[in-house]
Design a protein. Structure first.
Length: 159
């Protein structure tokens, strides 16, 4: 086949162009929740969703997120009341979904919450800092309730 030099040059230039970089978003996939604890300053960890909890965080490569977790075992046991002011309804099951953006510079994601059973989250942006080592993701944060400072820790493992 004899192609004009201009077309042949364009075809060759297209072939030599660099392939798109592989997906560098480490969040993409499904993650099982292995620890959910809130530790008051100077106190023992509170495992409001059991130890271990039951949960699944799903991040798609096209920017959708779905997060669900529940107490293990489920129920209304008052001994496991979550101190966090963003309480779920019912208190033993939490879920929210929407779209998300991954920030590689800050090792964080921001979920743009479309719906869920955490009323204070719906229509908001929820940013989480995380660290991934191997197949384990740790999310850590601090918050304050009634003058008591809490350290929140969530540990997930890639499925």
């Amino acid at each position: 086949m004899n192609l004009p030099p201009v077309i042949l040059s364009l075809l060759l230039a297209g072939c030599s162009a660099a392939a798109p970089a592989p997906n560098e978003n480490p969040l993409v996939g499904a993650w099982d929740l292995h620890e959910y604890s809130d530790t008051p300053e100077g106190g023992a960890p509170i495992h409001a969703f059991g130890n271990p909890p039951v949960g699944l965080f799903v991040f798609t490569d096209d920017g959708h997120v779905s997060i669900s977790f529940m107490r293990n075992p489920p129920g209304e046991d008052e001994a496991f009341v979550d101190p966090d002011p963003d309480t779920c309804i019912p208190a033993w099951y939490c879920s929210y979904f929407g779209t998300y953006e991954y920030d590689p510079a800050g090792q964080s994601w921001t979920a743009h919450v479309m719906g869920g059973n955490i009323p204070s989250y719906v229509g908001t942006d929820q940013t989480r800092d995380f660290v991934i080592k191997g197949d384990t993701m740790t999310i850590a944060d601090t918050y304050e309730v009634n003058g008591v400072r809490y350290q929140a820790k969530r540990v997930l493992r890639r499925r």
